[in-house]
Every structure is written in structure tokens, then in C-alpha cells.
Design a protein around this ligand. Structure first.
Ligand code: GDP
Length: 384
């Protein structure tokens, strides 16, 4: 009987110990709380972490192409700025022949003026600007202020710089409310280098930290959208294109809506340079400009792209495009391959539109901001 009691007491003691250990273990869980595994269907409690999906706003009226996946590892190589001085060899050669003639004489003669006039016209400065530059210099020679050939060249150089200085050449970018994108439109006839320039600008702007969308508004040239997509791939920009032969204004509008919905900073809009239909290019561009300026769009630049080799013909183009689209700046392309860089003076003096960018080749880094002093200095600097 005694053994029976001892066994009973031991069994009760073991049970009490076991229950004690269990209670202690539950108390030791983090924070002293009881962990629970939420059932998948259970609503999230206040302590649960939620990964909320951002709502995607899609305007049902606008056909937005699926977002282009931007590869995170797309690395934009830093731009190696082309040097205006090094790359203007052809433009410079138009001047240097004349300069050796001028400097080879001990005094200023009739031949001096002939050499200078020929050089300025060959460089496509234009008759009006050439006459006004030389008339001013002739008066200063007559008054005795300038009395030898080297001083005459210095005075010509300074006059040319003075005519180009004072223009605002910055590309306008406004901080807009509600994340609306800035629109930069590129206009100009086929083949001048619009699409290539957009690619180069995209590269520079993405390096400056802006997010971009390229709008393939030249729906009449089959290769333009492909070209733009290639540049977009290189620069990490997104692209919106439309059906071939489709309405350019509709493509631009869709692109702007997409950029707005995606919170992008800047839309670079390509436009047609020639239409396959009978409609007038200038009317079409004026319509594109109006549509691009509708909410949420805000056109801050209309850049007219001109091929420097077109010479004085470029002035006629510039007048037409300006009337249709209110051009804010000129991009002068292909200055690497022509002796006609003087067109810059003709454009600025005649039209009052600043040359903002200069194209010096076909590569991504062959686009530089136009600097009057460097440009004129390069023209007067004999090749070494
Ligand atoms: P778009 O029809 O106005 O869009 O002209 P593209 O961009 O297609 O350019 C027409 C051709 O000019 C292409 O072969 C370009 O590589 C070339 N191009 C564009 N800009 C320059 C430049 O600054 N220098 C040179 N040498 N070629 C250029």
C-alpha cells in the first residue's frame, strides 16, 4: 500500500513539471506574444506587412501601347563631347584660304575685300550679312581705326561673334504641375537628321537624369519608327509608335498621355518631313503642334532641324516651318561635312531664331551645344 502512494505522488509530480515547461516555452516567443500563422484567406491584421500594388491608371479613351520594359542593366555610356574646334575642318577650310591671301599683303587693298567677301559667301554667310559685316569694317578702315590686315581679321572675328551673342540657347524645360511632361517637337524635311538628333538628345537628357519617351510621329517613313526604337533601346528611353501611314497627331497625343500616366519627364516627338498624301505638310505640322499642346501636354521646344549643307535654301525652309509651328530653336546638322557653317549667321540674323545644337557626325556623342565664340574661333583658326 505504501508503494502505491509513492508511485501516485511521483506521477502527479511528473505531470505538473511537464505542464510548467510547456507554459514557459510559449512565453518565450518574440515580444512575448503568441505567433500566429495567418490563413491565406484571413484579412490582414494591423501588424502584418502588406506589399500594395500601385494602381495603374489607364484612360479608356487612349490607346496606350504596352509599356516597354526598360532593362535595368541598360547602361548609358557617358557622352564624349565632340569638339567644335576639331570637327569643323571643312567649314574652316572655306576661311583659311582667304586669310593667307589677306595676311600675305602688307596693307589693306581692294583684293583684301574681295578675298573676304568670297570667303564669307563660300561659307554661306549670305549676301545680306556679308555686305553688312564688310560695310562696317570698311568704315572703320576709312576712319583709320583699323590700318593693317591682321587687325582687320581680328575685327571681323569679333563682329561675327557679337552678332551671335546674346541669344538664349538653353533647351527649355519647365517644372510642371501634376507630373505633366515637357514636349520637345522636332520638325524639318526628310533626311536632315531629325530622328538621329532625337536619339542624340535622348542620350544627353537621360544622362542628365530625365526620364524619356520617344514619340514616333513620322508615320509616313517606314524606317523612322524602327530607327527611333533602336535609339530608345540604346538610351533606356520608352517609345510609342503608331500604324504606318496613321495620323501623326494621334500618335503624339497617345505618346503624351502614356508619358503622363507613367510619370515621365520629357517626350521627344519626331514628325514627318514629307507626306504621302496630298495634304499639306505645314497644315499637318500645325495640327500636331496644337494637339501636343493640349492637356496634359506642354510644348516647351519646337526644334527645326536643318542640314547645314542645304545652305541658303535652309532659310526658305526655316521661314515656312516657323510660320506653321512657332519654331523656338535650330539644330544645325552635318556641320562636320560642309564648308557652309556660315549659314548660322544668316539664320540668326535673318530669322532671329537661335541655333541651339550642332550635329557633328552620326554617332550618339556627335551633338554639341552651339557656342558662338568657340564656333567663330574655330573658323578663324588655321588647321595645324
Ligand atoms: P530624318 O529623315 O530627318 O529623320 O533624318 P535621319 O535622322 O534619318 O538622318 C538622315 C541621315 O543623316 C542619316 O544617315 C544620319 O546618320 C545622317 N546624319 C544625321 N545627323 C548627322 C550629322 O550631324 N552629321 C553627319 N555626317 N550625318 C548625320
Amino acid at each position: 500500500m505504501e508503494w502505491y502512494w509513492i508511485f501516485l505522488i511521483l506521477a502527479v509530480a511528473v505531470m505538473v513539471f511537464g505542464v510548467g515547461v510547456l507554459v514557459l516555452n510559449r512565453r518565450r516567443s518574440p515580444g512575448g506574444e503568441v505567433r500566429r500563422t495567418p490563413s491565406p484567406a484571413a484579412p490582414p491584421g494591423p501588424g502584418d506587412t502588406l506589399v500594395a500594388e500601385r494602381p495603374v491608371e489607364v484612360d479608356p479613351e487612349v490607346e496606350v501601347e504596352p509599356e516597354v520594359e526598360v532593362e535595368p542593366e541598360v547602361e548609358v555610356e557617358p557622352v564624349k563631347p565632340a569638339s567644335l574646334r576639331d570637327r569643323l575642318s571643312k567649314a574652316r577650310s572655306a576661311f583659311t584660304g582667304a586669310f593667307s591671301g589677306v595676311l600675305g599683303r602688307s596693307s589693306i587693298t581692294d583684293e583684301t575685300w574681295e578675298d573676304l567677301e568670297e570667303a564669307l559667301l563660300r561659307a554661306d554667310v549670305g549676301l545680306g550679312v556679308t555686305d553688312s559685316l564688310l560695310d562696317g569694317l570698311k568704315a572703320r578702315v576709312k576712319s583709320g581705326e583699323i590700318d593693317e590686315p591682321a587687325a582687320l581679321l581680328d575685327a571681323l572675328q569679333a563682329d561675327m561673334v557679337a552678332r551671335l551673342e546674346g541669344s538664349d540657347r538653353t533647351l527649355r524645360f519647365d517644372e510642371l504641375e501634376a507630373g505633366a511632361p515637357n514636349i520637345w517637337m522636332f520638325v524639318g524635311v526628310n533626311g536632315v537628321g531629325k530622328t538621329t538628333t532625337i536619339g542624340k538628345v535622348a542620350r544627353q537628357q537621360s544622362e542628365a537624369g530625365r526620364t524619356l519617351l520617344l514619340a514616333a510621329g513620322d508615320t509616313f517613313r517606314a524606317a523612322a519608327a524602327e530607327q527611333l526604337t533602336m535609339w530608345a533601346d540604346r538610351t533606356g528611353a520608352q517609345v510609342v509608335s503608331g500604324r504606318e501611314g496613321g495620323d501623326p497627331a494621334a500618335v503624339i497625343y497617345d505618346a503624351i498621355s502614356a508619358a503622363h500616366n507613367r510619370g515621365l519627364d520629357l517626350v521627344l516627338a519626331d514628325t514627318a518631313g514629307r507626306l504621302h498624301t496630298k495634304s499639306n505638310l505645314m497644315d499637318e505640322l500645325a495640327k500636331v503642334r496644337r494637339v501636343a499642346d493640349k492637356e496634359p501636354g506642354h510644348v516647351t521646344e519646337v526644334l527645326l532641324v536643318l542640314d547645314a549643307a542645304t545652305g541658303q535654301n535652309g532659310l526658305v525652309q526655316a521661314k515656312e516651318f516657323t510660320q506653321a509651328t512657332d519654331v523656338t530653336g535650330i539644330v544645325l546638322t552635318k556641320l562636320d561635312g560642309t564648308p557652309k557653317g556660315g549659314i548660322t549667321l544668316a539664320i540668326e540674323t535673318t530669322l532671329g531664331i537661335p541655333v541651339k545644337l550642332v550635329g557633328l557626325g552620326e554617332d550618339a556623342d556627335d551633338l554639341v551645344a552651339f557656342d558662338p565664340a568657340e564656333f567663330v574661333d574655330a573658323l578663324f583658326d588655321p588647321p595645324g
